[in-house]
Design a protein around this ligand. Structure first.
Ligand code: ZN
Ligand code: ZN
Length: 317
């Protein structure tokens, strides 16, 4: 099959990838569209030492398995099913877990992938591909709501207007939070659809009791630490692999609560998207064979998100 192979940080389009092995209790899914996110770009820099087919944000159609014919998205964390964490329902923290397209499991940057049936979530036919493909990052944004103590603080600062930061701002605003987003380029702010979101390019005081760092940079984290009021909650949402040089003393001095946040509830993400909170985000579509152009487009502030599609319609879909 056709798709992308990532090895030692370099991307290659291949037409001779081995078809996925479909195990017991798994389905074969034909990929319809798949998103490039910050994690994919981090994998290319060596994060998780990933060699293989990346891609974890996708919408596809089951071509063989229990849900044949169904459009689906997937919970990308596959736990062992046996350990105490899996038994307690937190399989995303299973020590033996593999993660589709991120850690020891082939992902969606190919014509097909195999997914355990229990990880598949059917998508309502009324939800368009261009929105359903955002379910994974929307779920990650909704996870903040799941984790935060209730009632939610009324104000929040989102640091960074990348792919995830924009979605986090939209999701939090939909929960009636007063959202301020700190952007480097005002061009990114043009993607925001909820008009209640305030856009700023600098913060000059310790004025937020709740902050979400989506910047993925040490300078963004530093800004968030400075903008936090005493006893604030700081949610770390993006993967910052090198925080060298970040002064963490504000965490202690201001007695901040730091909350790490990763994957979230896919079913709630589909419901959120289905409720119409997001309309026609500005997407750019590329074929797998156009990966170089796609990666260049992923750096363009004028594009909300880059999607990849299979090069030719798969014969089975
Ligand atoms: Zn992602
Ligand atoms: Zn387990």
């Amino acid at each position: 099959m056709q798709g992308l192979w990532l090895s030692k940080g370099s991307w290659a389009f291949k037409s001779d990838l081995l078809d996925p092995v479909v195990g017991l209790g798994e389905s074969l899914v034909a990929v319809q569209a798949t998103g490039i996110c910050g994690t994919d770009l981090a994998l290319a820099k060596g994060y998780y030492d990933f060699n293989g087919i990346p891609g974890h944000e996708f919408i596809g159609r089951v071509v063989s398995g229990a849900l044949t014919g169904q459009r689906v998205v997937a919970d990308i964390n596959l736990g062992c099913g046996q350990c105490l964490r899996c038994q307690a329902g937190v399989h995303r923290h299973c020590a033996e877990r593999v993660v589709i397209g991120i850690h020891q499991r082939a992902g969606a940057f190919a014509q097909f992938l195999s997914v355990p049936d229990k990880n598949l979530i059917p998508v309502d036919e009324g939800l368009r591909d261009e929105l359903a493909v955002l379910a994974e990052p929307v779920a990650a944004a909704l996870e903040i709501i799941e984790q935060m103590p209730k009632p939610l603080p009324s104000r929040v600062l989102v640091v960074g207007a990348g792919r995830l930061g924009l979605l986090v701002a939209e999701v939090l605003a939909s929960f009636d939070c007063e959202v301020t987003i700190l952007v480097r380029s005002l061009e990114r702010a043009a993607h925001l659809q909820n008009k209640t979101i305030q856009v700023v390019t600098s913060i000059d005081s310790e004025s937020f009791g709740w902050l979400v760092d989506c910047s993925g940079t040490s300078s963004g984290l530093t800004t968030a630490l400075q903008a936090a009021m005493p006893q604030a909650i700081l949610v770390l949402k993006s993967t910052l692999t090198d925080a060298a040089g970040v002064d963490l003393s504000p965490v202690m001095v201001k007695e901040l609560t730091v909350l790490g946040s990763r994957c979230g509830p896919m079913d709630k993400a589909l419901a959120w998207l289905g409720a119409g909170h997001l309309q026609a985000p500005k997407l750019a579509y590329y074929r797998f064979s156009e990966i170089e152009s796609a990666l260049a487009a992923a750096k363009e502030p004028s594009i909300f998100k880059v999607l990849l599609e299979p090069d030719k319609p798969s014969p089975l879909s």
